[in-house]
Design a protein around this ligand. Structure first.
Ligand SMILES: Cc1cc2nc3c(=O)[nH]c(=O)nc-3n(C[C@H](O)[C@H](O)[C@H](O)COP(=O)(O)OP(=O)(O)OC[C@H]3O[C@@H](n4cnc5c(N)ncnc54)[C@H](O)[C@@H]3O)c2cc1C
Length: 449
């Protein structure tokens, strides 16, 4: 980055610009990757963002939007240097509209704060990435984040009504704010959702809210084999469970031991299932689901404390994997929900071909699986690449995609052509060039050079 560009940034941002080494280090990483930027700026409004991006387009330096830096694929890491644009000071909740059931927010608002703010009014913002307590709504929109409740409520895109975006050239565009329906011209708003900060910087969002559910019914179901899981998955979708979390083979024995689960020793898989709603409806639906099954064992939470205990089991999965996996990678593939058992079978067979141990868990109801591949530190890089390619090819052959939640970033761009056709990649690159003619916004992400 040129000295004159830095001087111009100082002029625009004053003490909200920094190139101090210690601070640069703080903005150099996400949950997985690292690279130090040349400078960091802290805008407080869309005008700041616009001036920065106009300057970057003029001078040709990279700008990388950053929410809370919790991404898992390097999206907010400045792999080509340049300026990190931290949206953390644009974190205000601007307006709750109880008549239209909308909430207008700045991009740096923490998703958990949004959820608890609207809960005070009996309202619910459902999208719930596991990072919601510390990730930002801007990052959630840019990654189209989803979570446990996606099986019933959908992902971030499903709760987005309006959006203000600053384009890489500095123009600010705003898409209709509080409309639940709109067929006026092309739907440009949605190209920014899941665009991983490569097409524009989100500076304001209008979110859709719904009434908060008041009652829950939760059960832990144990399965001896994959065929019974297949039957359960289709039943769950037809009666609209609000969560359907699968815990795979290698994790189950540890949980059975640590939590003294009252399930038979031949239990190989667990599914944590929850219904939500009003009055006695959730319990009625849970009973309906359980009664349609024979040959599975289950434990139903009798009160809130037992419900919490069941969710505690789910929360313990990552610590268990960390304790059993010194070296490894984690993937978040997605397949059509009915193909989850076949995908699990494939994963269980992988150690026959490669010296690895697989820990799988995830959102069985929507087909999004977290696959943790653990190996010895001497496991050759080349074999890991072969394994990953085999995993992604199998996923795509089942009608799936490379990522259900975490995006492509720098982590998966070398595998993109397994899923996307050449024509699709060409069109997406063309779109990028139209919006970002000098390629200054988050370069080096999604597409291989
Ligand atoms: C422990 C843990 C659990 C997680 N669980 C989940 C999960 O369950 N589901 C899930 O979907 N993800 C999950 N994630 C991944 C991550 O939290 C999400 O991708 C989240 O949406 C990132 O938000 P962030 O604010 O941290 O964004 P960052 O990591 O800062 O950025 C992510 C991407 O968004 C872009 N970006 C950020 N803000 C803006 C903006 N205002 N305008 C344009 N682009 C922007 C960045 O350039 C980058 O490409 C998890 C991560 C961790 C560490």
């Amino acid at each position: 980055m040129s000295h004159s560009a830095k001087l111009s940034l100082r002029e625009i941002f004053g003490d909200r610009f920094s190139d101090e080494t210690g601070l640069l280090f703080v903005y150099s990483y996400d949950a997985k990757f690292e690279r130090t930027p040349d400078a960091v700026v802290f805008p407080v409004n869309s005008d700041d963002v616009s001036r920065l991006l106009s300057l970057a387009t003029e001078e040709g330096f990279p700008v990388v939007p950053r929410g809370a830096g919790t991404g898992q694929t390097g999206g907010s890491v400045p792999v080509e240097g340049g300026v990190v644009l931290s949206l953390e000071r644009m974190n205000h909740i601007l307006e709750l509209d109880c008549e239209n059931l909308t909430l207008t927010v700045e991009p740096g608002a923490i998703t958990g704060d949004i959820k608890s703010y609207v809960a005070r009014f009996g309202l619910y913002y459902p999208p719930d990435p596991a990072s919601y307590a510390f990730s930002t709504i801007g990052g959630n929109i840019a990654e189209n984040a989803g979570g446990i409740h996606a099986v019933k409520y959908g992902v971030t895109a499903d709760y987005l009504l309006g959006l203000e975006v600053v384009l890489p050239t500095g123009e600010v565009i705003s898409f209709a704010d509080k409309l639940y329906k709109n067929v006026t011209g092309y739907d440009l708003r949605d190209i920014f959702v899941g665009s991983e900060g490569t097409l524009g910087v989100i500076t304001r969002a209008v979110l859709k809210l719904i009434p908060a559910p008041e009652a829950y019914a939760t059960a832990l179901v144990g399965f001896p084999d994959l065929s019974s899981i297949r039957r359960l998955a289709s039943t769950i979708r037809s009666i609209s469970a609000s969560a359907c979390e699968l815990i795979g083979k290698n994790i189950v024995p540890v949980l059975m031991r640590e939590f003294q689960l009252p399930l038979p020793p031949e239990t190989r898989y667990l599914i944590l299932i929850e219904f939500d709603g009003f009055g006695d409806e959730p319990r009625r639906l849970l009973d309906l689901m359980l009664s349609s099954f024979s040959g599975v064992s289950f434990f139903v939470a009798r009160d809130e404390a037992e419900r919490e205990r069941l969710w505690d089991i789910r929360r313990n999965i990552s610590p268990i994997i960390r304790a059993n996996c010194a070296c490894g990678v984690s993937e978040d593939i997605v397949v059509p929900p009915a193909s989850v058992p076949e995908m699990l079978q494939f994963l269980e067979n992988l150690p026959d071909e490669f010296p690895v141990k697989i820990f799988s868990f995830g959102h069985a109801g929507d087909g999004n699986l977290h696959v943790n591949i653990c190996y010895d530190e001497l496991f050759p890089e080349r074999e890991l690449e072969q394994l990953l390619e085999a995993l992604f090819r199998k996923t795509v052959s089942l009608g799936g995609a490379l990522s259900g939640e975490h995006g492509v970033g720098i982590a998966k761009k070398r595998f993109l052509n397994i899923y996307l056709s050449e024509e699709s990649i060409r069109l997406q690159r063309k779109l990028k060039r139209i919006l970002d003619p000098r390629g200054i916004l988050n370069p080096g992400k999604i597409f291989d050079e």
